[in-house]
Design a protein around this ligand. Structure first.
Ligand SMILES: Nc1nc2c(ncn2[C@@H]2O[C@H](COP(=O)(O)OP(=O)(O)OP(=O)(O)O)[C@@H](O)[C@H]2O)c(=O)[nH]1
Length: 216
């Protein structure tokens, strides 16, 4: 009998209207909508096959953040990895990803968490306010993955989640498969219920030193 899929919880965070819902819906349901409906919060689940194993990726599509938003504990505790999204057409949204990452690190008390930085709306190259190199540089500084993507053009969507799983599992392996996702007082990983290895509590050492992985 094949083992149950490992549960991996992923949160998408970023400014309003950068395309968090569109990326999620394109990944889970394979379609794109031009209409904009601000999200309160939605959770999606998709079984992702990665390196020969099935992962039940639980994807939390969060409400748009601004500098005054307080990071909700449920977006820090029990989360295995983050997709931080900006739109290449908005410098303010790019700067917001730095603020959000700082909030995650402050909240969890960790100095590294698995992150993929995503510059969405790559189809709008003519309206670009953030260069590819700036995105790459910031991801390198964070030891994070980086992609430019387009939910509209269905460009690089699967790779976002694969790249994040790679980082989550890399950190988990370096940690000997022990510990749960980060955060002070974090509950034991619900992976246990799924009968799977848990993800890292704090990937401060070798796991963090994987270098930014850029997929264009
Ligand atoms: N051109 C283009 N438009 C996009 C893309 N992704 C999203 N959009 C549009 O941008 C708008 C906002 O998209 P959403 O997916 O709702 O953005 P969000 O980040 O979830 O927004 P909040 O819920 O407010 O946080 C919508 O009108 C989308 O159709 C993209 O890759 N290219």
């Amino acid at each position: 009998m094949s083992p149950p899929p490992r549960v991996r919880k992923i949160a998408l965070l970023g400014s309003r209207a950068v395309g968090k819902s569109s990326l999620t819906v394109q990944y889970v349901e394979n379609h794109f909508a031009e209409n904009y409906y601000p999200t309160i919060e939605n959770t999606f689940t998709k079984i992702t096959r990665f390196r020969g194993a099935d992962y039940a990726t639980e994807i939390i599509d969060t409400a748009g953040q601004d500098e005054y938003s307080i990071l909700h504990s449920k977006h820090a505790i029990g989360i295995h990895g983050y997709v931080l999204v900006y739109a290449i057409t908005s410098r303010a949204s790019f700067e917001m990803t730095q603020i959000i990452r700082d909030k995650i690190l402050n909240f969890t008390g960790l100095d590294w968490v698995p992150v993929v930085l995503v510059g969405n709306k790559s189809d709008l190259d003519g309206q670009r306010q953030v260069s590819l190199e700036e995105g790459q540089r910031m991801a390198r500084d964070w030891n994070a993955g980086f992609l430019e993507a387009s939910a509209k053009a269905n460009h690089n969507i699967g790779r976002i989640f694969e790249s994040l799983l790679e980082r989550i599992e890399g950190a988990n392996n370096a940690n000997g498969g022990h510990g749960g996702p980060g955060g002070p007082g974090a509950a034991a990983s619900d992976d246990a219920a799924a009968g799977a290895a848990a993800a890292p509590a704090a990937a401060t050492g070798t796991a963090a030193n994987k270098g930014a992985c850029t997929i264009q």
